[in-house]
Structures are given as C-alpha cells and as structure tokens.
Design a protein around this ligand. Structure first.
Ligand code: ADP
Ligand code: UDP
Length: 237
C-alpha cells in the first residue's frame, strides 16, 4: 500500500488517498480544537494516543458485529481505513446529561437518562453543528430513511458494547458522537472513537476524563486520555 496525496485536512485528522481507491490513510494530528474551532492548541502525543485508542475501540466494535472502516494501524499516528462516502449527520447518544443538552434544556449535569437519548446534528462548523431531525435529513437528502434507521440501530449497539467496557474499567460513558459513511451500499462506522468525541467520568469520583478537560481548561488532558486507555488495557508505548 502506497500513501498518496492529501484529500482533505479536518481540525484534528487528515485523510490521504492510497494506490487502492477503496482505502484511505487517516492521520491523527496533535491539533486539538473546541467550540467549533474557536479554541485551538497542539497537545503533544495526542495524535498517537487517539490513533491507538481508536484502533482498540474499533476492533472491539468489529468483534461485536458493528461494521467499521478500520483496517489496521500503519504507524503511531496513522491508520488504514475504508474510503467512505461520509454522511454529514452526527449521531449522539447520551446516558447522562452534560454539555449542549444542559445548555439547551436548562437541566443540571449528571442526570441519568433512561432510556439513553439519541440526537442528530448537522456536521457544519459555520452553523455550529445545529440539531436536526430525521425528517430534515431525508428531505435535504443527507441520508435516506433506511440509512438513518441503521445509523440509529448501530449507534445504540455501540452503546451496549462500550457502556459495559467502560463500566468494567471503573468509568462511566456519559455521551458520545459517531459519524457514519457509505461503502458498497452499506452503512459503516467511520471517523474515530476517542476521548475527543465522547464524555467519560470516573465512576466513583466523577472526574472528567475526556475533551472537557481541554474545553474547561482542567489540565492534564493527554495524561488523562492515557489513564483511560491504561484502564482499558491499551498499550501506548
Ligand atoms: P472535522 O471534519 O470535524 O474537522 P477531523 O479533523 O476529525 O474532523 O477530520 C476528519 C475528516 O475525515 C472528517 O471530515 C470525517 O468526516 C472524515 N472521515 C473520517 N473517516 C473517513 C473515511 N473512512 N472516509 C472518508 N472520510 C472520512
Ligand atoms: N461531539 C463531538 N463533536 C462535535 C459535537 C459533539 O465529538 O462536533 C461529542 C462531544 O464530545 C460529546 C457529545 O458529542 O461527547 C455530545 O456533545 P454535546 O452535544 O453535548 O456538545 P458540546 O458540549 O461538545 O458542545
């Protein structure tokens, strides 16, 4: 496999073509952003930590029957993935109230949500990722009704797998965001699952162990990501 030209660079990762049109290289950079790119910093080791974290989680999800784009690790900061036609709608599941849900509805942080909630957001930084619904997604042609049903089914299935995984390691999976794409007509999980795109709290102390450490200036961001990984049994060095 030969790495070819860069196709696009997002806020934290870059996508490269390869000599195989079906495969891309996903490079995890140290760039870290929050508030739709308003707050930006380089955090040393983040690219490596998130690349290896994501590889571990994607392998767990594949093993549980969830189709993912992940093909394998290429280096500390690069993974080989399937070329997906990305669906511009983000899927969020919440087990506990936090973040934009609290701001939007005026509820306090930390309320258990039973059953877990499911939300859709349009991937559009300029518009601050507005909340949308299935009807809008279908009418604007972002995804078909069948695709949306599959995305919802898979997003909840991920919750079953990962809630248990974090729980066994003494952590609470508060919420997370997933992105899906199309490959040969099927809906496949793309992008990444790392502490950058989810909320994780220590079960006992409720210490924040995710990107809220960066958003809220709590410090020890990458050290804490590594602590989460360590508890799950991920080897970073
Ligand atoms: P953002 O777009 O939010 O700034 P990133 O920096 O993470 O995010 O950029 C990664 C980009 O790559 C995103 O636009 C994401 O949708 C896209 N992407 C992720 N996985 C794949 C894939 N398998 N095929 C094509 N594009 C992908
Ligand atoms: N999230 C993300 N990317 C986004 C928006 C949200 O990864 O563009 C994640 C976020 O880290 C959290 C979950 O999705 O784990 C729910 O985010 P929320 O809607 O509460 O928004 P935020 O507080 O991040 O603005």
């Amino acid at each position: 496999m030969e790495k070819r030209e860069e196709l696009y660079a997002g806020k934290a990762k870059s996508v490269f073509k390869t000599d195989d049109p079906n495969l891309f290289v996903l490079e995890f950079r140290d760039d870290t952003s929050a508030f739709d790119g308003e707050k930006k910093e380089q955090l040393q080791r983040k690219g490596m930590v998130n690349n290896k974290f994501n590889a571990f989680i994607m392998e767990k999800l594949e093993a549980a029957g969830i189709p993912t784009h992940f093909e394998g690790l290429l280096s500390d900061t690069e993974s080989l993935v399937k070329n997906l036609d990305m669906i511009p709608v983000e899927c969020v599941v919440r087990n506990v109230s936090a973040g934009s849900l609290c701001r939007r509805l005026g509820v306090e942080e930390g309320k258990e949500l039973t059953p877990p909630t499911f939300e859709l957001f349009l991937k559009n930084d300029a518009l601050h990722d507005p909340m949308v619904n299935e009807s809008l997604a279908v009418s604007f042609g972002w995804a078909s009704a069948d695709e949306l049903a599959r995305m919802k089914e898979l997003t909840y299935k991920v919750n079953d797998v990962l809630k248990a995984l974090f729980d066994e390691a003494g952590m609470l999976l508060v919420d997370y965001k997933l992105e899906f794409g199309r490959s040969n007509g099927a809906v496949v999980l793309g992008d990444e699952f790392s502490p950058d795109g989810c909320r994780i709290w220590d079960k006992e102390t409720r210490k924040k162990m995710d990107k809220d450490r960066f958003r809220q200036g709590l410090g020890e961001v990458i050290e804490t990501y590594e602590e989460v990984g360590g508890r799950l049994g991920i080897q970073f060095d």
